[in-house]
Ligand binder design. Sequence first.
Ligand code: HEM
Length: 204
Amino acid sequence: MSLQSASPSSLALRLKTETAPLHEKLDKLVMSLKPFDNRENYGRFVAAQYLFQRDIEPLYDDSAYAALIPDLATRPRLAAAQADLRDLGQAVPEAAEAPQGQGMALPEGLGWLYVSEGSKLGAAFLLKEAGQRLGLDENFGARNLAAPSDGRGAAWKRFVQALDGSGLSAGEQDRVVAGAGAAFERFAVLLARSYDLKGEPSLA
Ligand code: HEM
């Protein structure tokens, strides 16, 4: 059963369709880095997750987003990623620049939030792997992959409803999709840095 509960013309569906190729490449990139082979490799994934969550942290404090997404305050994962790094005995990574979300306009920022929220769906698989192969769980080391308190499906459904009820113009919706594309690219760059890959990869 698909968790997509949007109507055919919805912004959420457009995001899913138009960013699907980026998602597929990012998913392949993550798996190629073998994050579940050992805790060191996994810790590098968590470091990238931490920096990504740091990028979007400013959006959670912006009342314009909270007006659109009533349960926004329950959604950040920066603290979870930081606690995971502590569990793993790993230093908090140095950020190379200011958080990307600082001062970001709402349409683009919604695209970034879409990427973070959607990644909680795929995180079900990642959490299972982290448990089976590394002995981690939502209380130790894999907090950043935990399900929302009322379940991944319910939280996602509410987020999709907020996106689709946002009342954005066609032009603004284009900017949300562009923001989502930029967020996917950013996650790839953070992974590349965290795993010391040569060059900065592009998902294009
Ligand atoms: C190995 C890594 C990954 C795997 C295996 C994976 C897997 C999945 C799966 C199976 C879904 C669909 C869940 C469902 O509909 O029930 C999904 C959705 C999604 N994932 Fe991933 N994912 C991975 C990494 C990521 C990363 C790193 C991001 C972003 C930072 C991400 C962003 C998303 C988004 C935005 C969606 C929602 C798509 C939509 O329905 O609109 N994923 N992922």
